[in-house]
Design a protein around this ligand. Structure first.
Ligand code: SF4
Ligand code: SF4
Length: 375
């Protein structure tokens, strides 16, 4: 048992396991506003990591449409119900975390999904929250809405899966905070599945052990970002290192987006896991739904995001998302250009804040053709 300060809920809490902070912490920011639910990330991950026997149903990365999409069915509704009342006083969460709400000698509240719960990963896809009346027009926020939620393991600072494993088969890598399952030690008790509120541990019926997202660590070790990030069509993702708020590095893209501009927020911070995947909330969705999902910083994040066009640094950080397969250690914005640097300080990418505009003549004399689109 450790007594820890969880900055995402702005208070101390009990974590029912030892807590050894890693030297660095893997993290990512996903900009929900840019996702088109093409599922390229899902397929990239599937083809790379879960193409084997017993893995047919597994999607370490999935993208579900909120409010009616879930994989597995009802995962967040079920956990929110088990958690009981959740309230915030300013930035401080005054309800219980999944660890504090535990009963019956377990480390956390939770449940193991039925096998059928995993059978419809695209249920609710593209369904909106209600019917749209004739003559309706677009407003912000909009009374009828939907958005895409990209989900991977959060490589939590206080992982529920790790705390619950009776075999100590789950560990958090000291060098980068990535949470892994030792396949040799696992005996398939599924306590990790019960205790992960995000249901991001999956059971292989053939090998009879649990499996989960490994954050593409072999790529990270080579200075590359994970496949779900680099294949993303909408360029909504960026990976990097995150620090505690007091040690935030404003040149780290993740620290900048999470701590400096506070435009990216943790998913269900009230669970108490200290998640390390952050989301720019969708600007068209009514804040009450988003407050439950991302905590009390939603309105501020939306306001800041909408001002990005007047904030070159923020614009630069957002434009570097998906701009390079390489791991961006630091970034800077100078003279209208956003630049990314690797761990050795070498420049690896530059992106203009404003795309140059070229106007071509309507008639191309070389080819003897007229152009319809000349800019
Ligand atoms: S999201 Fe779930 S599987 Fe991933 S580290 Fe957190 S508790 Fe474990
Ligand atoms: S590849 Fe990118 S845009 Fe497509 S579904 Fe995945 S996160 Fe969304």
């Amino acid at each position: 048992m450790a007594r820890v300060f969880n900055w995402q809920i702005n208070r101390e809490m009990d974590y029912p396991y030892e807590h050894a902070p890693p030297a660095k912490q893997f993290a990512a920011v996903f900009d929900i506003n840019k996702c088109i639910a093409c599922q390229t990330c899902t397929m990239a991950c599937k083809n790379t990591w879960t193409a084997g026997r017993g893995q047919e149903y597994m999607l370490f990365n999935n993208v579900e449409t909120k409010p009616y999409g879930f994989y597995p069915i009802g995962w967040d509704v079920n956990v929110l119900k088990m958690l009981g009342p959740q309230s915030w006083r300013g930035p401080t969460y005054t309800g219980k975390t999944i660890f504090e709400a535990a009963t019956d000698g377990r480390v956390s509240v939770g449940y193991v999904p039925d096998s059928q719960d995993w059978a419809t990963p695209n249920i609710g896809e593209d369904e909106s929250s209600g019917a749209i009346d004739g003559g309706a027009y677009f407003t912000l926020p909009h009374p009828v809405w939907s958005f895409y939620l990209q989900r991977v393991c959060n490589h939590c600072t206080y992982p529920g899966c790790l705390a619950a494993c009776p075999r100590k088969a789950i560990y958090k890598r000291p060098e980068d905070g990535i949470v892994l399952i030792d396949q040799e030690r696992c005996r398939g008790y599924r306590e990790c599945m019960r205790s992960c509120p995000f249901k991001k541990v999956m059971y292989n019926q053939v090998t009879r052990v649990a499996e989960k997202c490994i954050a593409c660590f072999p790529r990270i070790e080579q200075g590359l970002q994970p496949y779900c990030t680099v294949t993303c069509i909408g360029r909504i993702r960026v990976n990097g290192w995150i620090h505690e708020p007091a040690k935030a590095d404003p040149e780290s893209p993740i620290d900048f987006l999470v701590h400096n501009r506070k435009v990216a927020l943790p998913l269900y911070p009230q669970f108490g896991l200290g998640v390390n995947i952050y989301y720019v909330p969708p600007i068209h969705v009514p804040p009450p739904y988003l407050n439950q999902m991302f905590g009390p910083g939603v309105q501020n994040a939306i306001d800041t995001y909408r001002r990005a066009k007047d904030d070159p640094e923020l614009l630069g950080a957002l434009l570097l998302m998906g701009a390079t397969p390489l791991w961006i250690d630091k970034f800077r914005v100078r003279d209208g250009i956003a630049m990314g640097f690797d761990a050795k300080g070498a420049e690896i990418i530059r992106v203009p804040l404003t795309e140059p505009l070229y106007t071509r003549p309507a008639f191309d004399a070389t080819r003897s053709v007229y152009r319809h689109n000349i800019t």
